[in-house]
Ligand binder design. Structure first.
Ligand code: ATP
Ligand code: MG
Length: 503
């Protein structure tokens, strides 16, 4: 045998496109070439593969060796193809049976001694292999992640020798069984700690029920950060498809997947000093940013007015489409970014004890400057904006009954969530134009009410649709089939930002 081939997976965004590795060994003068436009990293793999083969007790074939990685135009990062290349060379030189590679894909980097090392993106590679009906050979360190995919067949190994012994039928590797770790919900702070603030609590529950974007405006110390940090506790869990997608993003980030997060919606709270790249993603090898790490979960921007306005404007695209495209020179990667935005800010730059309408110690110019920190199109994308006011005496009254706890609120959120899933298979905030027409119908008198509000607050068509979706969520929360007048008028009441900017 002089020709052998095997399969591996590249990493492109969170996709893992198939790479066909072909190896040919000829009789000509000794050389070792790799074609398929591999980058420097792949060229280095040549040296690793040679050393690994020899240090594992195999011989490195003489003659001309040509390795072709196809398709040629894929970015091929790092050493993930090492294992495939080594197996191809061993098969082409009859040191392992070539037909034994059939039915397998492999990803893994080789050390000089032949040890097998974990790579990024094992989850997506596993997904690809399963969908193609093949088993996956990976480093032992990647097995747990790869085995998250249902019905996958994962063969972990820590050395090239173990892989070869398996393929030769000498010492079989047992398919990896994932120990389904019990999902331990991380300890999140409880809503019972929040005193008073009925409006903000209600808005938080609506946001959780329909996955709506929420902005809280209010003076310092009123509990905005406190409320937002209690959102993860009341969110419905992810379904399996969502969990896989979210895990895939984390899998290719610097952070990797943490087992306890499985099915838990991510909650990301980047600081306002975070760079644009940290927030939206980027780099020469594009990596996901905070907005993608928050995919299917929450992106919490505390002190919203402190964020660079240009950075916030970059969020406009993902807020609409649920994904972000990162272009770097010749490369482009799409990352999912369907996050729920929750933000908090003070109404004035001084952080005085101001409220949105009357009581304010700062000048109109100062207030205006604060308002202008957010662009109109950005604001337009926020479904619920509320004013968080100073708590009254209840904060001192330690004998008063505590507020409703997280478990109680979560039960209601789950019920409203299930109603949406049963009706339309998605949350209300994700409804498209057609679906809005179908599921968010208003009675004629309510239609007039909404039109008047549009006039009065000079609302855009986008705001119009967002109000309808919030009204739909309110109807679902009350178990109502149709949107009734109180649902619409309540939805209209969460427009503090329009009033503020319009004053
Ligand atoms: N409604 C409340 N119930 C109980 N404690 C509260 C409430 N509001 C504020 N507190 C207390 O005040 C602290 C500060 O609240 P928090 O940090 O949430 O305020 P904030 O609105 O985010 O302020 P800032 O605008 O300065 O960021 C909380 O840690 C909590 O101890
Ligand atoms: Mg705060």
């Amino acid at each position: 045998m002089q020709l052998a081939s095997t399969y591996s997976r590249a990493l492109l965004g969170i996709q893992a496109p198939l790479v066909h590795i072909e190896v040919f060994i000829g009789m000509a003068k000794e050389y070792f070439a790799m074609v398929g436009l591999p980058e420097a990293a792949v060229k280095e793999s040549r040296e690793r593969v040679r050393a690994a083969i020899m240090n594992s007790g195999f011989y490195f074939p003489e003659g001309n060796i040509t390795v072709n990685l196809a398709p040629a135009d894929l970015p091929k990062e790092g050493g993930r193809f090492d294992l495939g290349i080594a197996l191809g060379i061993l098969a082409a030189s009859d040191q392992i049976p070539a037909q034994s590679l059939r039915g397998y894909e492999c990803v893994g980097e080789l050390g000089l001694t032949g040890e097998l090392r974990a790579v990024r993106g094992a989850l997506t590679a596993s997904l690809g292999a399963r969908n193609a009906g093949r088993s996956l050979l990976v480093a032992a360190g990647d097995a747990d992640e790869a085995a998250l995919v249902e019905q996958s067949r994962i063969y972990p190994a820590d050395h090239l020798l173990s892989v070869c012994a398996h393929l030769r039928g000498e010492r079989m590797i047992a398919p990896y069984q994932r120990h389904a770790a019990p999902v331990v919900p991380p300890t999140v702070p409880d809503l019972a700690d929040v005193r008073g603030q009925p409006l903000a609590r209600r808005a938080l529950e609506i946001a959780a029920s329909g996955r709506h974007h929420l902005l809280m405006i209010g003076p310092p110390g009123t509990g905005k950060t406190m409320l937002a940090s209690r959102l993860p506790g009341i969110l419905p869990p992810m379904n399996e498809a969502e969990a896989i997608e979210t895990a895939a993003v984390h899998s290719i980030s610097h952070e990797g997947i943490k087992n306890t997060q499985w099915f838990m919606r991510p909650f990301r709270a980047p600081h306002h000093t975070a760079s644009g790249v940290a927030l939206v993603g980027g780099g020469s090898v594009p990596r996901p940013g905070e907005i993608s790490l928050a995919h299917n979960g929450v992106l919490f921007l505390d002190e919203l007015a402190e964020f660079d306005r240009r950075v916030l404007d970059v969020l406009r695209e993902p807020l609409e489409t649920g994904q972000i495209t990162i272009s770097r020179a010749a490369r482009q990667a799409d990352f999912p970014a369907r996050f729920q935005l929750v933000a908090a800010m003070n109404p004035c730059p001084q952080g005085y004890d101001c409220d949105l309408q009357q009581h304010c110690r700062c000048t109109p110019q100062q207030r205006q400057r604060q308002q202008q920190k957010l662009s109109a199109p950005f604001i337009d994308r926020i479904d619920l904006s509320i004013e968080v006011v100073r708590v009254g005496r209840e904060i001192f009254d330690y004998d008063a009954a505590p507020g409703e706890n997280t478990a109680t609120v979560r039960t209601r959120v789950l019920a409203a969530h299930q109603r949406q899933m049963a009706r339309q298979g998605k949350v209300n905030s994700a409804l498209g134009q057609q679906e809005i027409n179908q599921y968010c119908r208003l009675k004629p008198q309510d239609q007039r009410l909404l039109e008047q509000a549009m006039e009065r607050f000079r609302l855009s068509a986008r705001a119009y649709h967002r109000i309808l979706k919030v009204a739909r969520t309110l109807a679902d929360m009350s178990g109502s089939h149709d949107i009734e007048t109180p649902h619409l008028s309540e939805a209209l009441s969460y427009r503090a930002l329009d009033r503020w900017r319009g004053d």
